[in-house]
Design a protein around this ligand. Sequence first.
Ligand SMILES: Cc1ncc(COP(=O)(O)O)c(C=O)c1O
Length: 415
Amino acid sequence: MSAATATPARRFDVQAIRRDFPILSERVHDRPLVYLDSANTSQKPRSVIDAEREVYETYYSNVHRGVYQTSVRAEQAFEAARQKLQRFIGARESREIVFVRGTTEAINLVAYTYGRAQLKPGDEILISAMEHHSNIVPWQMLCEQQGGVLRVAPIDDDGEIVLEEMERLLSPRTRLVAVGHVSNALGTVNPVKRIVELAHARGVPVLVDGAQGVPHLKVDVQDLDCDFYAFSGHKMYGPSGIGVLYGKAALLEAMPPFHGGGDMILSVTFEKTTYNVLPYKFEAGTPNIAGAIALGAAVDYLTDLDMDQVAAHEQELLTYATDALSRVPGLRFIGTARHKAGVLSFVLEGVHPHDMGTVLDYEGIAIRTGHHCAQPVMERFGVPATARASLGIYNTREEIDVLVRGLLKVAEMFR
Ligand SMILES: Cc1ncc(COP(=O)(O)O)c(C=O)c1O
């Protein structure tokens, strides 16, 4: 779309945004809900809820199969959602957008198809030490099956990847680099464009786990030049059970299918099956039709807000929150990278994070406590768990103040 025809972004008014999210007017333990767990899963605006309801109430039918009106309409809306996602992440073609259940399934898809075809005994997969379990375990399983080796680039005390080490670990046996865009446990924004350059210089493709990237940053997969980019709808204000694997068309074309079944074929006989074209080759069976359409509505919502404004709001709030929380006696941040997005992970001296989470819950505050599906990160920093407050478009400075008051109360109780 040319600048002349682009619709101007909606003014970023956090109170107006909050009114779009019905759940934010709920009360918990008779207190206003302070939702600070968007890295876990985000809340949904009314437009997303309405889009999903509209599908079921007015035109729900299967896609790619019917000649009748409701099916045609469902298919058009489903494919329109794919195109919205294509534009949102800057993919070259809509066939590069594969609908999956979420980031986990997207990464497994690549491990089971690309990985199995490429990894020979002794070959290597390179990840970083701050990955979510979803970007560790599929590669471990693949290496076990194929006789491959999992290499891990270390992180420093601030929670940043040691790039020189990562570069050193790129070897003639490396078949894929798999790295998170933003760490869910530390908030670190990784220099993925630089990592892609380093890997491509050695002919190695890169998968980016974008589960925490897409909700907070403007993502342009062509600019990053990554080969795969995986993300989940439920973390970007869309429904759960739907997500995307972006892959460069040439790579997806060359990969064998993942699941076998309906929709992923062109023709089947007992002797031979020919597979469907992209992206359907990877979309076996009936997809999450209403989920994909509602994810399209989430994309509309974010596009309307403009991702630059979203990122600016969250950065401003992150700076405010970092400053406010650092004044809580005994609080120590885990993850102090120079470039962070939306995540504050911390421990409080003498208090187990679960106790902290439980006390805060009675104040109406929802934060996550535990290892955040990143046990190796906990091990790296020598803690069993952390408390994590994570930010979204609807969070305010007042909510951070409520969190700080809650933490002071916790510190007082456990003194
Ligand atoms: C960085 C990262 N990767 C992968 C995942 C897995 O996402 P999903 O559970 O939606 O498949 C998460 C979820 O927390 C995450 O934060």
